[in-house]
Design a protein around this ligand. Structure first.
Ligand SMILES: NC(=O)c1ccc[n+]([C@@H]2O[C@H](COP(=O)([O-])OP(=O)(O)OC[C@H]3O[C@@H](n4cnc5c(N)ncnc54)[C@H](OP(=O)(O)O)[C@@H]3O)[C@@H](O)[C@H]2O)c1
Length: 197
């Protein structure tokens, strides 16, 4: 069975967007969080059009190639224009986690309204042995609370955004992490943690 992982671009003060994220402007005024996708000479083998530095390409493709399905939170889905009716990942299925109906959902997307356990179970089934990627700070917090997460990856960008949607949320108890890998790269430091159970 695949792992459950979360990989986000995070500012040094813990935001995954800047101010005013909205449909068509998923990062608000924090677009620089994704600059490292395009600031090098090494094309991604998974995402067309991404040209990263060599160390970033190594980390990014290693993670991206493992993913067979994603669970996206409702805010991520709305701020990303519903992923155009498809998936945010070229090789992965998309599960939307929400408390409410999503009339715009397509036959290429799956809506789950019965909680994080069901969303992750559905995504693991759709991933057919590959990993499940969690998208959104809210979804990650729910999954951590339910003890469902194997790895947390921070692509930490050296900027203090000051405001935005927070990556880190209130949790009912400590979650211990073990650092697996720390890779400094131009414009970003990749920190890969395993969740201790
Ligand atoms: N920097 C990056 O790498 C990165 C990556 C992904 C996304 N983003 C951005 O980050 C923002 C993510 O927003 P976010 O962290 O606020 O939210 P999110 O996790 O995308 O969505 C949170 C929403 O998902 C639904 N949800 C979460 N857990 C649930 C559960 N256990 N059961 C049912 N529904 C549940 C709820 O929606 P309802 O109650 O409304 O149904 C909740 O309000 C977006 O603006 C996106 O563009 C950035």
């Amino acid at each position: 069975m695949g792992k459950v992982i979360s990989a986000h671009s995070v500012s040094a003060d813990g935001y995954i967007t800047g101010r005013d994220p909205r449909a068509g402007h998923g990062l608000g005024d924090g677009g620089m969080l994704f600059d490292w996708y395009f600031d090098g000479d090494t094309p991604s083998q998974v995402f067309d059009g991404f040209k990263l530095s060599e160390p970033s390409a190594r980390v990014f493709d290693f993670l991206a190639a493992r993913v067979g399905a994603v669970v996206a939170g409702r805010n991520t889905y709305e701020d990303s224009d519903h992923f155009g009716g498809g998936s945010p990942h070229p090789g992965a299925k998309m599960v939307l986690l929400s408390h409410r109906p999503a009339p715009e959902i397509t036959e290429r997307q799956t809506l789950v309204t019965t909680g994080i356990e069901d969303a992750v179970a559905k995504a693991l089934e759709l991933a057919e042995g590959k990993d499940v990627g969690l998208m959104g700070g809210g979804v990650l917090a729910s999954a951590l609370e339910a003890g469902l997460v194997d790895e947390v990856v921070l692509h930490q960008v050296p900027i203090l955004l000051g405001e935005g949607r927070p990556f880190f949320r209130k949790l009912p108890k400590h979650v211990k992490l073990a650092l697996v890998e720390a890779v400094p790269a131009p414009g970003v430091t990749h920190l890969r943690y395993e969740v201790r159970r």
